[in-house]
Design a protein around this ligand. Structure first.
Ligand SMILES: Nc1ncnc2c1ncn2[C@@H]1O[C@H](COP(=O)(O)OP(=O)(O)O)[C@@H](O)[C@H]1O
Ligand SMILES: O=P(O)(O)OC[C@H]1O[C@](O)(COP(=O)(O)O)[C@@H](O)[C@@H]1O
Length: 320
């Protein structure tokens, strides 16, 4: 009897913990007698037939590394029928039975496209943005929060010495979770996120009042989906007369050694993928909900809304 073959790829923006997820899928797969493969550079590498065989040794020494050793890519060509036909042909030639896609919602669209061509697929939520429905956390989000929280601490030191207002731009595309949770963790004075309309004049008044009471610095965090640090800093300066400095954290947020939380939950998810393979359950995306590893059909993920946590936003407002 031929061994069942499972291939793993990482796609879209990389995130800290992807390596840990790959390692867990591969080691659990090997322990259960499957033949394991990696596909380099996401769907781009799949179209180019860029596969590598993965044994236990190939995934050693990666658990604590950010990024993805399989590397990642965004590929417009894969969205076309021709691109997908190439990808399917390589999977069929190699007799790959299952494909594990680690990436964000775009990558999930790609996984669903493979599924519609008869490939058994799984999605793991690999994005720092925390913008995937039906999972409380995405891979790398916790590490990114720690990176952003550290950066805000550094900015606080220098802003305080110079009595300045710091306006910090966080990533997240159209999702405000990084800004909201790093903002709570850092005790910032204002958080601008795309999900909530903010009154910049009211924010400016309260920052000015803070300085008038003797505060030596003020910190505003703005999610990239809600505007730029530069625009917000200029507006605050115009409204308050205070010295302001914009900082764009950029891709620094996507690096760093994955947190213990990211390593543990990705290990659990990777392990769960193989349990699902054994039961021949597929066409699903995995998540963590109430500390349980869960899974849902791709169609349910696309039908669901990813809402900001209103209660957390309220907590932030009550704490300023
Ligand atoms: N509608 C789609 N159909 C097929 N593949 C898609 C689709 N949308 C995205 N993809 C593939 O997934 C890749 C990653 O998506 P992207 O949105 O860039 O990142 P993420 O997965 O992090 O959201 C894209 O470059 C493309 O190859
Ligand atoms: O690295 P790039 O291609 O410049 O993309 C930046 C975008 O990727 C992210 O870092 C992660 O998003 P995805 O995981 O959905 O790709 C976003 O927060 C940001 O807007």
């Amino acid at each position: 009897m031929t061994l069942k073959k499972i291939a793993v790829l990482t796609s879209g923006g990389d995130s800290q913990g992807m390596n840990s997820a790959i390692r867990a899928v591969v080691r659990t797969g090997l322990a259960n007698g499957y033949d394991m493969y990696g596909i380099k550079r996401g769907f781009k590498g799949l179209m180019a037939n860029d596969f590598i065989s993965l044994g236990s040794k190939e995934v050693s020494d990666i658990l604590y590394r950010g990024g993805t050793f399989l590397q990642s890519a965004r590929s417009e060509a894969f969205k076309t029928p021709e691109g997908q036909a190439k990808a399917i042909a390589h999977l069929k030639e190699r007799e790959i039975d299952y494909v594990v896609v680690i990436g964000g919602d775009g990558s999930y669209q790609g996984a669903r496209a493979l599924m519609h061509h008869g490939i058994k697929t799984y999605g793991l939520p690999g994005t720092i943005d925390n913008d995937i429905p039906l999972t409380d956390y995405t891979i790398g989000f916790d590490t990114t929060l720690n990176v952003v929280t550290d950066a805000i601490g550094n900015l606080r030191d220098t802003m305080s010495s110079h009595e300045r207002v710091s306006v910090i731009e966080a990533m997240g595309r159209n999702c405000g979770d990084i800004a909201l949770q790093a903002g709570i963790a850092s005790g910032v004075d204002a958080i601008l996120i795309p999900e909530v309309d903010s009154d910049i004049e009211a924010i400016a008044r309260s920052i000015k009042a803070g300085f008038d009471r003797g505060k030596s610095h003020s910190i505003i965090i703005v999610a990239e989906g809600a505007g730029t640090a530069e625009d917000v800093a200029k507006r605050i300066k115009d409204l308050t007369g205070l010295d302001t400095r914009p900082t764009v954290l950029g891709h620094i947020q996507r690096g760093g050694t994955p947190s213990a939380f990211d390593r543990v939950f990705t290990s659990r998810m990777g392990h769960k993928v193989i349990e699902l393979v054994k039961q021949d359950i597929h066409g699903v995306a995995l998540g963590i909900e109430n500390n349980q590893i869960t899974y849902h059909p791709f169609d349910d993920i696309f039908a669901a809304q990813n809402n900001i946590n209103d209660h957390l936003y309220q907590i932030f407002q009550d704490l300023i």
